[in-house]
Design a protein around this ligand. Structure first.
Ligand code: ADP
Ligand code: MG
Length: 397
């Protein structure tokens, strides 16, 4: 899954290039674009294709329009915005398939750009319908996937069409994702350390399970830590605990021992009577957890210990915040880890929407080696699953 052909491996001049991008941007209430980082992230691929003389057909989904046209989810504002960013015309198609669209594609000259309307205006997209995939494929000669964030979904525009066009290759964003995440899983520079946090143990246990076989150390924080602490018989008050995951948590810790993987849990916590608390909070150790309070961040001793482990690492994969970082009172642990990664000489990889938000909030995004653009997709990648949108691309050599 990790050795796929990329844009650099194909001739684009004069070819009709179907490029699946992730333009699923947040829209504001006036139909404007809230945050355009997903569009700017695709610019490198877009510019390369047009510079090489490809006739570019861009496709994306936007929101959840329930399988039929809904003007609220039109990509037209994205076409206008992209046009400004590129300094060239971006034509907007009225649909993503049909005679009108074919006609527009036929008039494309080398270097022109056409944006198809939301692929989710057709229910066939998410059903990965064969005929719909064929209709998309008929528009083009070459398939490029640059939408890593949608690669864990086997939809028509992410998977079906990839099997019908040859070559089917990775765009530059996708290539980076495969390179960094793939290398960490297959041939990481060691010591390889992974830090896992976030709310729920259940979401991250498959990741722990897969990473245990690969890492030298696992550092656990966030809400999920309390299921593990409870499994060890440590008092955790009213912290977030998933009772039905306790046995699994215990067996994972046993497995870590067998594999001689360092498995670290928080030794101290920032605790408060409630999640909303801003004035009443304190730091406690594992021995003196107030039974009616909850743990909302790792404590300073844990942050120092985890930072030291990060400092000695050669590869770090981080997924999930160390506490309720949305509230400044409980953001210190997460910020300490973000800083430790920024200071570290290791290859640092961030996966997960909230961890990415935390890194951005700290203004440290430029100091990480790689920040994954796909929350769900990067999690499934780290779980060791094969992502259909990547699987469907041509292998290198
Ligand atoms: P990511 O998007 O990076 O994968 P998750 O979605 O798994 O991360 O988890 C992020 C959420 O976890 C945040 O909303 C954060 O408030 C919450 N969280 C972190 N620590 C705790 C905790 N101790 N108790 C409750 N919620 C927590
Ligand atoms: Mg999240």
């Amino acid at each position: 899954m990790y050795n796929k052909m990329s844009l650099r491996d194909v001739k684009l001049q004069g070819e009709r290039v179907f490029c699946r991008v992730d333009f699923n941007v947040p829209l504001d209430d006036r139909g404007g674009i809230g945050d355009d980082s997903r569009i700017t992230a695709a610019l490198k691929t877009i510019r390369y294709i047009t510079d090489q003389g490809g006739r570019l057909i861009l496709a994306s989904h936007l929101g959840r329009p329930k399988g039929k046209p809904d003007p609220k989810y039109s990509l037209a504002p994205v076409a206008a915005h992209l046009s400004r960013l590129l300094g060239r015309e971006v034509r907007m198609a009225p649909d993503c398939v049909g005679p009108e669209v074919s006609k527009m594609v036929n008039t494309l000259r080398d270097g022109d750009v056409l944006l198809l309307e939301n692929v989710r205006f057709h229910a066939e997209e998410e059903k990965n319908d064969h005929i719909f995939s064929r209709q998309l494929a008929n528009l083009a000669d070459i398939y490029v996937n640059d939408a890593f964030g949608a690669a864990h979904r086997a939809h028509a525009s992410t998977e079906g069409v990839a099997h019908m066009l040859n070559p089917a290759v990775a765009g530059f964003l996708m290539e980076d994702e495969i390179r960094y995440l793939g290398k960490a899983l297959t041939e990481p520079a060691r010591p390889f350390v992974s830090i896992l946090g976030g709310a729920k143990a259940k979401d991250k246990i498959p990741v722990i399970h897969n990473l245990l076989k690969k890492v030298d150390a696992l550092l656990i924080g966030g809400g999920m830590a309390y299921t593990f602490l409870k499994a060890k018989g440590i008092e955790v008050g009213r912290s977030l605990v998933q009772e039905d995951q306790i046995d699994l948590a215990r067996s994972l810790m046993k497995e870590a021992e067998t594999l001689r993987v360092k498995f670290l849990l928080p030794e101290d916590h920032v605790v408060a009577p409630a999640l909303e608390s801003v004035t009443e909070f304190r730091v406690c150790g594992n021995g003196d957890f107030p039974p009616s309070w909850m743990g909302l961040d790792i404590g300073p001793a844990t942050a120092r210990r985890y930072s030291a482990v990060v400092g000695d690492a050669a590869t770090v994969v981080w997924n999930g915040p160390m506490g309720v970082f949305e509230n400044d009172t409980f953001a210190k642990g997460t910020l300490a880890i973000a800083n430790a990664l920024a200071e570290s000489k290791a290859v640092t990889i961030i996966g997960g929407g909230d961890s990415m938000a935390a890194v951005k909030q700290a203004g440290l995004e430029g100091r990480m080696t790689h920040i994954s653009t796909g929350g769900g997709a990067s999690l499934e990648f780290l779980e060791g699953k094969k992502l259909p949108g990547i699987q469907a691309l041509n292998d290198k050599f």
